[in-house]
Design a binder for this molecule. Structure first.
Ligand SMILES: [Zn+2]
Ligand SMILES: [Zn+2]
Length: 285
């Protein structure tokens, strides 16, 4: 089970690209984590096309995480490629996994483009998200805590098992971190962790560490009032065991200026094209 980063930079990165990564499961099926505004070109440049993917996971709705989705939706709906028929001609819809609090915001951003599907003889546009993506429903959840939506939702789709847990990004905005189950056996609780965009939550990270192979964490060196990302000075204070399993992503274009300080504290830096084995947590490409 591997993870390959297509785009590893933050919201405004030009050098490392907005966020989009690919998880390849043991059965060979490929899923995308987020689909930023540069994702269509990143995926093409890496030698893939939309028809190579089983599904899409979305952490939250910001342009650097979802603005590539319209391309994904239309390409799969109207075009056949790589032996996969278009949805329009009866081919499979790509699957989509997102927390139920995030789904309405996904549709808000896609609706002006995707709603103009006419059904039967009706002249009324009637397109829905489900016309383009097979939405996977949660099979378990935790009750709301700080916000009016479920604290976490868990999903299963073939060999993919993950939990989307609300995190602390922009106050009041639905946003999730992801916990990918990496064991074969359903009772195996080991995970690989993905922050999405999140501030630093030392209590959660410390609690998860013993059963986590690798943490991919949002990071920034720019502090400001109302911080919504993983400020490095706070990441630096995490326990050594957590830091040594942590890969910094979603960073700014000047990350190389910080490399010595980052690596001295045990962190690794995610760059486009890097591949990690999610079971060992080690970089393999
Ligand atoms: Zn972001
Ligand atoms: Zn964000």
């Amino acid at each position: 089970m591997t993870l390959r980063l297509f785009g590893a930079g933050g919201a405004f990165s030009r050098r490392y690209g907005t966020t989009c990564s690919m998880v390849t499961l043991r059965d060979g099926l490929r899923w995308l984590i987020d689909c930023g505004r540069q994702a269509p070109d990143q995926i093409h440049d890496a030698g893939f096309c939309w028809h190579d993917f089983e599904g899409q996971i979305i952490t939250h709705v910001h342009g650097d995480h979802v603005y590539g989705l319209e391309d994904f939706a239309f390409q799969r709906f109207f075009f056949s490629h790589h032996g996969v028929a278009s949805t329009y001609e009866g081919g499979p819809r790509p699957k989509m996994i997102a927390h139920s609090a995030v789904v309405p915001e996904i549709w808000e951003t896609l609706r002006p483009s995707l709603r103009y599907l006419r059904k039967g003889d009706s002249k009324i546009p009637a397109g829905t998200l489900e016309d383009f993506f097979e939405m996977i429903a949660a099979d378990a959840f935790e009750a709301p805590r700080a916000n009016p939506w479920r604290h976490s939702e868990s999903f299963t789709a073939g060999g993919l098992r993950l939990t989307a847990r609300e995190n602390d990004h922009v106050p009041g905005k639905p946003s999730c971190s992801l916990e990918f189950r990496i064991g074969d056996d359903p009772s195996d609780e080991r995970i690989a962790w993905w922050s999405g965009d999140s501030t630093v939550d030392p209590a959660l990270l410390t609690a998860l560490e013993p059963r986590t192979s690798v943490f991919f964490h949002d990071s920034t060196f720019v502090d400001y009032p109302g911080q919504v990302h993983g400020f490095f000075a706070l990441l630096e204070r995490l326990p050594k065991a957590v830091r040594e399993k942590m890969v910094l992503m979603h960073h700014e274009d000047d990350i190389e200026d910080h490399r010595e300080r980052v690596e001295r504290s045990g962190f690794r830096i995610a760059l486009p094209g890097h591949v990690y084995d999610l079971c060992s947590g080690q970089r393999v490409g």
